[in-house]
Design a protein around this ligand. Structure first.
Ligand code: SF4
Ligand code: SF4
Length: 371
């Protein structure tokens, strides 16, 4: 039997509610700021309009995540999204798994996913326990035993908003995709259940989505702790569906992005609290929020979240500055080809010559939308 490696009770956002190392006034202020009466006013990028937009972007996700709070289930974050659609009594017969996989990818994209991959269930990446949010205690994860596959979806974040990180305005790019995710996973799970198969809609809950996204062939792991996708770099969020629908799994091929991260430290250089590692990937981390037994680059999540708590919004400077975060311009495509080839050092030289990308000023973002 393969054991899960991580309990969700130790993830940084959960620890902020029970662990005195993380639970403090700044952390409370961070969570409170998602209600306008507690949102601070700190000037450009952090004023009422910026927080208003960020908090509105989260609205759909918030409706879903709070609807089962009385039962201790924070849907999409600390428990899976509840099954709104009953499983149809008659099963659609599927005799070609490859064709069904192609079809389900098309349908996921029709609902709004930007990238879709399929992989087999791998219990190593499932939380050993979820969190009952009534008292922040560990609770069992219950997935149907018939589940065999995971459909992983990537949701691209708005490039212009991301360019304004760090700001409350930029946080709208995160909220927007959580809201999109919530609606897309509910719709896709509903479709699969209407076909007569199990489908459990999931966002950040139940299992670590990063290893699943990599296993499903959507990208490679980066020094900034994010999945780097060829299409959008790290500028994506991920959701997933656990299902018994007969599908075929992907066989990911090396993409060359992790190899580039071995010679680049741009994200670590740009991180204000110096939470990202400069050296080689290694197993373990600096505190209990790092999964054990997996060799990878790991942030010091306490430093990272401490910075978010002070800002009163999420930070993704390490996403913004990453050279894989691109918009598909010709020179960016050329750079990508170099960076993922044996000429990666030439790509590094080119990127170093460009220097750190400038932050888009929130004022310029607001002015641009009314031009
Ligand atoms: S900034 Fe450089 S090291 Fe960091 S994730 Fe991007 S490519 Fe990798
Ligand atoms: S999100 Fe911000 S604070 Fe956290 S690792 Fe990235 S740059 Fe550093």
């Amino acid at each position: 039997m393969i054991l899960s490696l991580f309990s969700q009770i130790n993830d940084m956002f959960t620890r902020a509610f029970w662990d005195d190392i993380v639970k403090n006034k700044d952390a409370q202020g961070f969570f409170d700021s998602y209600r306008m009466e507690f949102a601070p006013r700190r000037g450009i990028g952090f004023n009422q309009k910026d927080f208003a937009l960020r908090n509105a972007a989260w609205a759909i996700s918030d409706i879903i995540s709070s609807r089962s709070e009385d039962a201790g289930n924070r849907e999409g974050f600390q428990s899976h999204i509840k099954n709104d659609t009953p499983i149809a009594g008659d099963k659609v017969i599927i005799d070609d798994r490859d064709a069904e996989s192609r079809e389900i990818k098309k349908i996921a994209k029709m609902f709004g996913a930007d990238l879709v991959g399929i992989t087999e269930v791998d219990p190593r990446w499932h939380y050993s326990a979820r969190v009952d949010t009534r008292d922040m205690s560990e609770a069992p994860i219950e997935l149907p035993e018939t589940i065999t596959h995971v459909i992983v979806m990537a949701h691209a974040m708005d490039a212009d908003l991301v360019d304004t990180y760090p700001s409350a305005l930029a946080g709208a790019s995160t909220g927007l995709e959580y809201s999109h995710e919530a609606s897309i996973v509910i719709q896709l799970a509903s479709y699969i259940r209407n076909l007569g198969y199990e489908a459990v809609a999931s966002m950040n809950d139940t299992a670590l989505v990063i290893p699943y996204a990599i296993k499903a062939g959507l990208g490679e792991y980066g020094r900034n702790q994010m999945v780097l996708t060829p299409e959008f770099g790290p500028r994506v969020r991920f959701s997933k569906i656990f299902t018994s629908l007969p599908l075929s799994a992907e066989n990911p091929k090396p993409l060359g992005m992790t190899d580039y991260c071995k010679i680049c430290t741009k994200c670590a250089d740009a991180c204000p609290p110096k939470a990202l590692p400069f050296g080689e990937a290694r197993a373990g981390g600096e505190n209990v929020s790092t999964i054990r037994g997996v060799k990878k680059w790991s942030a010091n999540c306490e430093k990272c979240f401490g910075y978010w708590a002070k800002l009163k919004t999420d930070c993704a400077i390490c996403m913004r500055v990453c050279p894989f975060n691109h918009r598909g311009k010709w020179h960016e495509r050329l750079w990508y080809k170099l960076a993922t080839s044996r000429y990666r050092k030439l790509a590094l030289w080119w990127d170093n010559r460009k220097g750190m990308p400038e932050r888009l000023k929130p004022r310029d973002w607001w002015e641009a939308i009314v031009k």
